[in-house]
Write a new protein. Structure first.
Length: 439
C-alpha cells in the first residue's frame, strides 16, 4: 500500500494531492484506491496461533499459492493482539498501512466510521461470490446496521471452557462446571500446590472486554443504550465486572500473575498443567502446537448463572471472529479483491480454519467433518444458540480501550492485594465513561 505523507505543508497543490490520495487517487476504480502497484500486496494478519512463527508457517504456503495463481506477491506481517488495534488506528489516520488486514470483528463499526476501509457493497461482494455465502451470525459483526459492511468474515470463533481431565480427576471432580458457583467451587479445589483453577489474560484489553461483556449480558446489562450512548455504570455492569475480578480478588482461583498476562500465557500455563481451566476462543490448534494431546483436555460450554446456555441472560460467549478488510486507498484495488476472494474460497476456508481451530464463516466449508469434532462442535453450538454480538457502534474500539483498561487496573489491584469493592469498580467505570467521546 502506498504511504501517504502526513506532514502539513502549506502548498495548495500538495493539499489537493493528499485529498485526492485519501479519496482513492491514482488509477480510478469504482470502489476506491487505485491499481498503481498491481504486482504486490501488503497483508497484516492477526496472531491466531500459539505464536507469530506458527502463524507464518500456516499462512506462507497459502500466500505462495496465491502468488502462483495470480502473479501477486503478498508481503506478510503477523501482528500480536496487544498491538493490532493501535497499529490499525494509526494507519487509518496516517494512511501508512497495508492493502489488506485482519480486524477483530468487534472493531468493524469503529473502523467503518473512520472512513478508511473499503465498503463491501453488492458489487464488491459479487466479486468474491456473493454475500449469501456467509453465515448470518458472522455477517452480523461486520459493521453498523443499515450500512454496507466494512469487512468480510474470515474466521468464526466462540468462547468455551477448556479443562484438564487429569487435574479434574485428581481433585475428584467428575464433570465440568455449568454455573459460575460450580466453577468457583471446583476452582478452589484445584488451586493448590502452586497450581490454579482458572487462567486469564488480565493485561489484554480486548480479552477483558470479551469476558466482562458476557458477564454483563448474564446480569441483564449492556454497555451501551439502544441509541448507542455509553452506559458503563449500570448496576448490572458493575456487578458483572466485580464478579469477574473477584475470581482473582475474592475467590482466589486465578493466579495474581495473570494480571500481567497479554500474550497467550494463560493458555501456555494450561497446556503445561499449571492451570486447570481456561475460557478461550477455539483453543484446540494452539494446545496441539504447545504439546498438549487431544485426550488430555475436554471442552464444555462456558458457564452461565442458571447452568443452561441460551438467549438473553444465558449468553455465554460473544460472537467472536476475525474479519478481512481492505484499505480504501490501496494501490492494488483489484489485487486486494482477488486476495479476499482467495482467502474466503471454500478450499482456503477449510485449510485455514482447520489450522487455527476456528469455524469457517463460509457456509459450504462448514460441511467438512473437521468442523464437527469435539473441539469445534461445542463452538458451533454456542454460535448458533447462546452467543451475542458486541455492540456494533462507532465508539466500540474506544470502549474496549477505556473499559478494558479499567478491568486491567482492577485485576492489578487484586493481584497487589488491594481491595476491590463495588465502589472502586464503579469509580473505574465512571472514569472510563468520561473518556468516551462526547455525544
Amino acid at each position: 500500500m502506498r504511504r501517504i505523507r502526513a506532514a502539513a505543508i502549506g502548498a495548495v497543490t500538495l493539499s489537493l494531492a493528499l485529498a485526492a490520495s485519501a479519496c482513492g487517487g491514482g488509477s480510478s476504480t469504482d470502489g476506491g484506491g487505485s491499481n498503481d502497484s498491481p504486482k504486490t500486496l501488503t497483508y497484516w494478519a492477526s496472531n491466531q496461533g500459539a505464536s507469530i512463527t506458527v502463524d507464518k508457517k500456516v499462512l506462507k504456503p497459502e500466500l505462495d499459492k496465491f502468488e502462483k495463481q495470480t502473479g501477486i506477491r503478498v508481503k506478510l506481517e503477523v501482528i500480536p493482539w496487544s498491538e493490532l488495534l493501535n497499529r490499525i488506528l494509526t494507519a487509518t489516520t496516517s494512511g501508512q498501512g497495508p492493502d489488506v488486514l485482519n480486524i477483530g470483528n468487534t472493531w468493524s463499526a469503529s473502523l467503518q466510521a473512520s472512513g478508511a476501509l473499503l465498503p463491501w457493497d453488492t458489487k464488491n461482494f459479487g466479486s468474491i461470490g456473493g454475500k449469501d455465502r456467509f453465515v448470518d451470525s458472522a455477517l452480523g459483526s461486520t459493521g453498523a446496521q443499515g450500512e454496507d459492511p466494512a469487512a468480510v468474515p474470515l474466521y468464526s470463533m466462540a468462547y468455551a471452557l477448556y479443562y484438564n481431565k487429569k487435574m479434574f480427576a485428581d481433585a475428584g471432580i467428575s464433570k465440568p462446571p455449568a454455573t459460575w458457583d460450580e466453577l468457583v467451587a471446583d476452582g478452589k479445589k484445584l488451586s493448590k500446590d502452586g497450581k490454579w483453577g482458572l487462567g486469564a489474560e488480565g493485561a489484554n484489553l480486548s480479552e477483558n472486554i470479551h469476558q466482562v461483556f458476557v458477564f454483563a449480558k448474564q446480569h441483564g446489562a449492556d454497555f451501551f443504550t439502544a441509541d448507542g450512548k455509553p452506559d458503563f455504570t449500570s448496576q448490572g455492569a458493575v456487578t458483572a465486572i466485580k464478579q469477574y475480578v473477584d475470581l482473582m480478588a475474592k475467590d482466589k482461583i486465578i493466579a495474581p500473575g495473570n494480571a500481567e498476562y497479554a500474550q497467550n500465557q494463560s493458555l501456555s500455563d494450561f497446556a503445561k498443567g499449571k492451570t486447570a481451566m481456561v475460557l478461550w476462543q477455539t483453543a484446540s490448534a494452539t494446545l496441539a502446537s504447545l504439546g498438549m494431546k487431544d485426550d488430555e483436555w475436554g471442552v464444555a460450554p462456558a458457564p452461565v448463572r442458571s447452568g443452561t446456555p441460551g438467549s438473553g441472560t444465558s449468553v455465554n460467549s460473544m460472537v467472536a471472529g476475525i474479519n478481512l478488510a481492505v484499505f480504501k486507498n490501496t494501490d492494488n484495488h483489484d489485487g486486494a479483491l482477488k486476495f479476499v476472494k482467495f482467502m474466503t474460497s471454500d478450499a482456503e476456508q477449510k485449510i485455514l480454519n482447520k489450522a487455527f481451530g476456528s469455524i469457517p464463516p463460509v457456509k459450504a466449508a462448514q460441511s467438512d467433518p473437521a468442523f464437527n469434532t469435539k473441539a469445534t462442535a461445542a463452538l458451533r453450538d454456542t454460535l448458533a444458540k447462546s452467543a451475542a454480538a458486541l455492540p456494533q457502534v462507532a465508539d466500540e474500539s474506544q470502549f474496549e480501550t477505556s473499559v478494558g483498561t479499567a478491568v486491567k487496573e482492577l485485576l492489578a489491584d487484586a493481584a497487589g492485594g488491594r481491595p476491590v469493592t463495588t465502589e472502586s469498580v464503579k469509580a473505574k467505570l465512571e472514569k472510563a465513561q468520561q473518556q468516551m467521546p462526547a455525544k
